[in-house]
Design a protein. Structure first.
Ligand SMILES: [Zn+2]
Length: 158
């Protein structure tokens, strides 16, 4: 099972090029580590090797062994799990209502506003400061979560 005993798969010298949470926008999504074929993973470490044709999506334990780095894989999982907790509490923050009747939140110097989609009845949009997002969402909460995800991409802790 897995790649650990295969001769054509490098055992060391892998580099982690990305990491992400499979449950970032859904609940209970898991995968199996592509290195050992056994570890059930929620947090994916994307590993790359100059002598291997493909990236491998692996769990924390294998990521540590493959890169010989036993510190960063755990740190990355901590970042993802903190982000997940913040995302959960995002909706229960105290959103205020603007004079126009739109939910808004001022956070870390940004103004996040949720408003009804103009051309799609019953759908919702958001803007961050003066940047109007182009997507529409089926309900307010989805729009709020999308705003959270975008703010994360600005790489800010919110
Ligand atoms: Zn594994």
């Amino acid at each position: 099972m897995g790649h650990w005993d295969r001769k054509n798969v490098p055992q060391k010298g892998w580099e982690c090029i990305d990491f992400y949470d499979l449950c970032a926008d859904a609940n209970e999504v898991y995968a199996t580590c592509e290195m050992c074929g056994q570890e059930r993973i929620r947090y994916v470490h994307v590993m790359r090797h100059p002598d291997f044709y493909d990236d491998l999506l692996v769990g924390c334990v294998c990521a540590g062994k493959m890169s010989d780095d036993y510190v960063n894989p755990e740190k990355h999982e901590k970042i993802l799990s903190n982000r997940s907790k913040r995302r959960k509490s995002w909706l229960s923050r105290t959103w205020r209502v603007s004079a126009k009747g739109n939910d808004f939140l001022n956070v870390k110097g940004h103004n996040v506003t949720i408003f009804p989609a103009k051309y799609r009845l019953g759908h919702w949009c958001f803007k961050i400061d003066d940047d109007f997002n182009q997507n529409t969402y089926e309900d307010k909460n989805r729009a709020k979560l999308a705003a959270f995800d975008l703010l994360q991409k600005y790489n800010e802790k919110i």
